[in-house]
Ligand binder design. Structure first.
Ligand code: PLP
Length: 443
């Protein structure tokens, strides 16, 4: 008989269980309006002609790789190269659309961004001495991957400009003194999950300088960059990366379909070998990948490749086709919050929320703990779901914060959901005000 203590300690870590727990509550209250999932909007996933996209990619293979129909089709049905199949399409798109100029061989196509995180951490963290820094709060996927690999994580607080760079430098000094250097920093500079924060251009440049001075790598996660309002895009850290400090993690989950599980990592750092030769870090990541998932499904890569080709090979064109809906939903959500809450003076003294210009997420602060018990009350009595922020924090932060996602709902659902949320908030703040009045009387 096995006991939990005989299994890896990460299995007892609330981080690994947080998504399951949330899904369990969502399933228990199917009629609740859920601001919890950061999943793509269902309208983007209906009527996808999968066969047509795959055929488009097969045609591309015939024209650009000189294969006949049978050879091209067989390529999709066989095991494939660990490094990937659609690297050339992605490298072209990144060069033309994002000013990221890397060769196809610097890219590894992964099973979602999640695998990109896991294999990158595996390669960089050569001993348990090294620490991973993350911008706090941060995506649970990176926290979970670090936990699986026994990597210690240190949280660096956010600021209005994106990240507390002073604190980061101090943390680097302290970590080095303690012989536990920071090996890498994970950051999502564009409309992060969960906080929706954007790193200013100045902060990006300073961060790159600090990485060079303090000798760490930056894992840049770009999942929500595509939701930026037109004309307000800021160059990615990778586009500004003169010293090759940035390992860029991309995903097609939000702009194509998460079910394809296709992401990628750019690792164009040179690795010197003992024999005097050198190779790209991407080669090592592919080697690790070959022992994790062997290769990313060629059929799924063909599907994503075909979708890219449908948009003239442009990631930006594909992104624009998706981002309007999210921009719209976010505006509706923010307007609904203002309409339903901002006129209520007692509520406004107790709660506050962010005003992001893009991304999927609005962050709200409450006067009471936004924990699973409160979520259960919100779902059962008011029919509205949200995500507690505390599971996104390293070191017990965010206890009084919740995340509202605008991505999954229709505009009428958002309006109705905010009506329900307003009723819920009114009730809990009334209780809270009564409680604090009572405790004042006791004093
Ligand atoms: C910050 C962040 N990175 C990456 C992803 C997507 O990961 P994947 O490509 O593994 O679905 C998500 C999805 O929720 C995310 O929020």
């Amino acid at each position: 008989m096995l006991t939990t203590s005989q299994l890896h300690a990460s299995l007892m870590d609330p981080v690994l269980d947080s998504l399951n727990f949330l899904n369990e509550i969502i399933n228990r209250f199917p009629n609740a309006i859920s601001f919890a999932p950061g999943a793509p909007n269902p309208t983007h996933l209906s009527n996808i002609d999968i066969g047509n996209y795959i055929s488009k990619y097969v045609q591309y293979l015939r024209e650009h790789r000189n294969l006949n129909q049978d050879q091209a089709q067989r390529l999709l049905c066989q095991y494939g190269p660990a490094q990937g199949l659609i690297n050339d399409l992605i490298a072209n798109a990144l060069r033309n659309d994002k000013s990221i100029d890397v060769s196809p061989s610097a890219i590894v196509i992964t099973v979602g961004a999640q695998e990109a995180m896991l294999i990158t951490l595996r390669a960089l963290f050569i001993s348990s001495r090294y620490q991973l820094a993350v911008v706090n709060p941060c995506f649970v996927g990176i926290l979970g991957a670090a936990r699986l690999l026994n990597i210690d994580v240190i949280g660096i607080e956010e600021t209005e400009a994106g990240i507390d760079l002073k604190r980061l430098e101090e943390a680097c000094h302290i970590a080095r003194q303690n012989n536990q250097p920071i090996r890498a920093l994970y950051v999502a500079p564009d409309y992060s999950n969960p906080a929706g924060t954007v790193l200013t251009l100045e902060a990006r440049q300073q961060l790159l300088d600090i990485a060079e001075q303090q000798d760490f790598y930056i894992l840049e996660d770009n999942a929500y960059g595509f939701t930026s309002p037109l004309g307000e895009e800021i160059p990615s850290l990778k586009a500004l990366d003169i010293n090759k400090r940035v390992i860029f993690i991309g995903t097609f989950a939000k702009i194509c379909l998460p079910g394809a599980r296709v992401g990628y990592v750019i690792a164009d750092q040179l690795v010197d070998e003992e024999n005097g030769r050198s190779h790209l870090l991407s080669k090592d990541l592919a080697t690790i990948k070959s022992m994790v998932t062997v290769n990313t499904s060629p059929i799924c890569q063909a599907l994503v490749g075909g979708m890219l080709l449908e948009y003239g090979g442009s990631i930006s064109a594909l992104e624009r086709a998706r981002s309007t809906l999210y921009q719209n939903n976010l505006t509706i959500l923010l307007n609904a919050l203002t309409r339903r809450l901002a006129t209520n003076t007692s509520l406004m003294q107790a709660i506050s929320w962010s005003q992001p210009k893009g991304g999927f997420f609005v962050r709200m602060r409450l006067p009471v703990a936004a924990d699973m018990a409160l979520l259960e009350l919100s779902a059962s009595k008011y029919g509205v779901l949200w995500t507690p922020m505390s599971s996104f924090y390293v070191n017990n932060g965010g206890t009084h914060e919740l995340r509202l996602s605008c991505s999954y709902l229709t505009p009428p659902q958002i309006e109705e959901g905010i009506d329900r949320l307003a009723a819920f908030l009114q009730n809990i703040t009334d209780h809270d005000i009564k409680r604090s009045n009572n405790s004042e009387k006791c004093l």
